[in-house]
Write a protein that binds this ligand. Sequence first.
Ligand code: C5P
Length: 396
Amino acid sequence: MGSLTNKRVLLGVTGGIAAYKSADLVRRLQDAGAEVRVVMTPAAREFITPLTMQALSGNPVHTSLLDTDAEAAMGHIELARWADVVVVAPASADFIAKLAAGEGDNLLLAVCLATPAQVAIAPAMNQGMWGKQSTEDNLHTLQRRGMAVFGPSEGSQACGDVGLGRMLEPLDIVAALVPLFARGVLSGRKVVITAGPTREAIDPVRYISNHSSGKMGYALAEAAAEAGADTWLVSGPTGLPCPDRVNLVSVTTAQEMLDTTLGLMNGCDLFVGAAAVADYRPKKQWSQKIKKHSDAMTLELEKNPDIIAAVSALPSRPITIGFAAETEHLIENATKKRIAKRLDGVIANDVSRSDIGFNSDDNQVTLVLDSGIEEMPVLSKNQLARVLIDRLAQLL
Ligand code: C5P
């Protein structure tokens, strides 16, 4: 698992000999788990072909601002919105000057102007250009506006000079990008999240369970870890990989999930119950496989413990947030659940819609808090998780 898992990186390439390293950078970003799209300036195409970058990134390369076909496919505003981070590597002295001046006459400049995402630049230029006051002033301007500057490093240059101005190596650029996502709103906090389904055994080969994928709980855990929390994920069987920097405790039954969760409550600041806990379990578990003797069979079930209600009943409890998967009367039912289980908030999910919810990658939820109702936009589960974690951090 890479440290840029699920991150959308828009790689901007400008005209400089270091552009040949951008091809390797695409690979290194992908190795770290990122999805990569490439935008090239006209000058960059003199050094490396869009075809190379397209083959490596697996996505069409974007080169032109004034091409109606390209704009119709994925225009500069869509690209700007798509990115979680824009990294320009190499960033030439000319590009840095235009960016500092707020110009937008090529696609990459326009994307940098339009994007709400963090922009990072990895300068690459001759040491003489790097040493100019104008370059220094432009970089200060960009840094003052919140852009990150990676490098440059020192050494021999393509022109034969030796000095500062070499682009950072691709792996160093990847390493510099990772901390940009550690935003720290939960640093010093402990977060416990339940996720996935539970399985309740009938006999050694059969069980009762549900279709929960666990994706939302895992995305929340990843976002909490990104936000700096000491994050614990108590998960039923999902087959999903453990997100970076998350402590995963795998469980099977609701009872195990309850015991593990309660064992993690010491010092817990935020608990999110994202698991689809089986409401009932077989009253009796057969130690041998049940044989099919008769035409009908009755299975007696008993109620499972309510994990989130047990957490919210603790004398010194964390901020406790539940999920409500509903097919009708979404807000009304979620509000009832919030009150009945004494929760601080409920993330209400309309599971009657096939485009969002349970097994889908996108989701749209409404946050039901004591203070009111907050509707969230339709987002990928990963993006939604970041928005939710930011909002829940404010409740602490
Ligand atoms: O009652 P219902 O299952 O609809 O409530 C959903 C919320 O309660 C979710 O946050 C879920 O994780 C939690 N829950 C639980 N233990 C149960 C049942 C649900 O923690 N036994």
